[in-house]
Design a protein around this ligand. Sequence first.
Ligand code: FES
Length: 174
Amino acid sequence: MTNAITTSALRPEDQDLIDRIVTEKAGHPGALLGILETLQEHNRHKYLPMETLDYVAVRTGIPQSQVYGVATFFALFNLEPQGLHTISICRGTACHTRGSRALLERVKLQLGLRDSGDKLTLTTPDGRFSIRTVACFGQCALAPVVEVDHAIRGHVKEQALIREVETLRRRNAE
Ligand code: FES
């Protein structure tokens, strides 16, 4: 199957960026993962738009289904725009038994996010916060574990987390 895909939705500068990253990483082990990771880092809203995935398929010659498969398999990739701040709450067994569900529900309430699911990524309508659940950070001895903007917090207490989120919220409002 050929990659007969329209890429007209991409801006020329986005195509140039993808061209450059594909050229840099092609031929290295795990090239596709590295390409997608770098493109997500460069995206202002920390996600991989569909037209980006389409163009990666065209440029690498990797089947579109395989590119989508990688982007959807790995939890680190986002297919929707992410908030300015990301709060990732571990829902693994150790964290669950130490109260991570209550942390998740409390932060959702604080940010006015109502989805009742457990595995999720939710973003506030103003685009300031995303909440995600994670299967395990590999830091189970520190349960419950929460990551706030790439900083891992261990033995997280509800009130401390609420204060931290409130501080970020106020900082953005200034
Ligand atoms: S279960 Fe939460 S860090 Fe492992």
